[in-house]
Design a protein around this ligand. Structure first.
Ligand SMILES: Nc1ncnc2c1ncn2[C@@H]1O[C@H](COP(=O)(O)OP(=O)(O)OP(=O)(O)O)[C@@H](O)[C@H]1O
Ligand SMILES: [Mg+2]
Length: 279
């Protein structure tokens, strides 16, 4: 479980808090999506959960982040990284080795995965991210999207209890993005891995995440099931969150016929509602 209590963080030399009085509990086995406009504090909260803040980034840190009973501020980053795997927003920062296979091997060896298990884990991660054919390629020859998949594969190979992904599909086309989310869902369902994903593609989150947290100006302004959060579409649009068209559709339809319509989170639901209303 991740328990964030009264967390406030201000980057060194900054005049405003990047996070302000955050309280959030993420139970084991969650699949949480975090959304919010640029500068809301999404990356900062991800770094607090992974322990990069306060260990590797300077600033004023108040409150606490407790992961599986370990207070992040008192736990060495190397111990935290065994529990929490992070895919950074900037994947270039993440990949160290010049060849794909070495990048994956490094983590596996570093984590003390037994020799006989290494190949199995490597194959699993490469297959599930769809990059088996890239195993011996140099990183410099890969596209942005392929690098993103390598970063995700390296983490999945380690099978951490918690996965945090900061805009993991930013460089990916819709098909690949969907595959990555399907993979995250499988890891979540089959292995009970807690998934926290920061994502702009809200339709994907609607389909795969169980809960959503909305951030704005360093605060969590809403947290709940996907339906609960998307139910208040005007508030989301006010802060500049690009809402799914199907959710906007159900909200407009409700206004038109002056009836409470439950929010639609996919095209099938929107179609059903439209047919129902039109008789
Ligand atoms: N290293 C840093 N030093 C100083 N201020 C920072 C630093 N990184 C982020 N900030 C500031 O902290 C606030 C939160 O930034 P953060 O990167 O967490 O937002 P975000 O929601 O991830 O935005 P985006 O959608 O653009 O990725 C912003 O005001 C940003 O300018
Ligand atoms: Mg960010």
């Amino acid at each position: 479980m991740i328990r964030i209590q009264s967390l406030t963080f201000r980057y060194e030399d900054s005049k405003v808090d990047a996070l302000h009085d955050i309280n959030l509990t993420i139970p084991d086995g969650s699949f949480l999506g975090i959304i919010g406009p640029a500068g809301a504090g999404k990356t900062t909260i991800a770094q607090c959960i992974s322990g990069i803040i306060p260990h590797a980034v300077r600033g004023d840190f108040y409150g606490s982040v407790v992961i599986d009973g370990l207070d992040s501020a008192d736990t060495p980053l190397t111990d935290l990284s065994r529990l929490v795997g992070t895919v950074f927003q900037d994947v270039e920062r993440q990949i160290i080795f010049p060849v794909v296979e070495d990048e994956l091997l490094y983590g596996l060896e570093n984590f003390g995965v037994p020799r006989e298990k290494i190949e199995e884990r490597m194959t699993f991660a490469l297959t599930h991210t769809g990059i088996t054919s890239l195993r011996h390629r140099t990183i410099s020859s890969l596209s942005g999207g392929q690098r993103q998949k390598v970063a995700i594969a390296s983490l999945i190979a380690l099978q951490p209890k918690i996965l945090i992904l900061d805009e993991p599909t930013g460089e990916l086309d819709p098909g690949s993005s969907r595959k990555i989310f399907a993979l995250l869902q499988e890891l979540n369902r089959t292995y009970g891995i807690t998934v926290v994903v920061i994502e702009q593609k809200i339709m994907l989150l609607c389909e795969f995440a169980k809960r959503l947290a909305v951030m704005d100006q360093g605060r969590i302004i809403r947290e709940g099931s996907v339906r609960e959060v998307l139910g208040n579409i005007s508030r989301l649009e006010e802060i500049g969150v690009n809402c799914p068209r199907v959710a906007r559709f159900s909200s407009l339809l409700g206004e038109q016929i002056r009836q409470e319509i439950s929010v639609c989170v996919n095209v099938e639901e929107a179609e059903r509602e439209a047919r129902r209303v039109m008789g």
